[in-house]
Design a protein around this ligand. Structure first.
Ligand code: AP5
Length: 191
């Protein structure tokens, strides 16, 4: 199954994706993780992306398309995937549809995790004390939320129009959210 996870920063996409990997045996493809790994390796892409990420802005669509194309063409993605962090604007959503049409592997389901902004600011503040991600300061988180509202939120409408969108509430425990996510996945799985 090819699943796109949508949701604001801190909504729990990465957390839920990790649980889905165990449950469904599909690879978790996170563009945030791919970028952080490029930053850690000091690659030219990583050097270019770091400043943008540290401001909470979006890395350019061209760079992101190259990155996601290379990743989706790897063998482990041939049987399905859980995509987290891409697409993040309408241009990326259209580019992804074109790419997956070419690969004859269209998105089956987009799951949007819906959360309250103040809840994610609190969650990410907690993570900042544990992990020290450089874009987890309160000012940058608020900018990430602004960028999300302006550029990423419309992506849900894109999948809604295609009849592929399901939304779940992202509050409650991690397990409660997981059961909601699995509920919509089961209802879209072929028998
Ligand atoms: P990315 O890594 O994708 O960050 P994000 O979307 O801001 O998401 P987060 O990782 O902060 O949150 P999440 O929803 O995964 O939540 P998580 O499970 O971690 O992107 C980072 C940057 O890279 C972007 O700002 C941009 O610059 C760049 N980028 C990435 N993709 C791009 C693209 N396509 N185009 C352009 N630029 C791109 O949970 C958050 C915390 O809450 C954790 O501590 C977790 O333990 C906790 N938590 C989760 N669920 C619960 C729960 N139910 N109850 C309590 N705590 C919970």
């Amino acid at each position: 199954m090819r699943i796109v996870l949508l949701g604001a920063p801190g909504s729990g996409k990465g957390t839920q994706a990790a649980l889905l990997v165990e449950e469904l045996g599909l690879p978790h493809i996170s563009t945030g993780d791919l970028l952080r790994s490029a930053v850690a390796d000091g690659t030219p892409l990583g050097l270019q992306a770091k400043a943008v990420m540290d401001r909470g802005e979006l890395v350019s669509d061209d760079i992101m398309l190259g990155l996601i194309e290379e990743r989706l063409e790897q063998d482990d993605a041939s049987g399905g995937f859980i995509l987290d962090g891409y697409p993040r604007n309408l241009a990326q959503a259209e580019a992804l549809s074109d790419l997956l049409q070419r690969l004859e592997k269209p998105v089956d389901l987009a799951v949007q995790v819906v959360v309250d902004s103040e809840m994610v600011v609190a969650r990410i503040a907690l993570r900042a004390t544990e992990e020290g991600r450089s874009d987890d300061t309160e000012a940058v988180v608020r900018n990430r939320l602004r960028v999300y509202a302006e550029q990423t939120a419309p992506v849900a409408g894109y999948y809604q129009q295609l009849g592929l969108l399901s939304s779940v509430l992202g509050d409650g425990t991690i397990e409660e959210v997981f059961q909601r996510v699995m509920g919509v996945i089961r209802s879209h799985s072929p028998d």
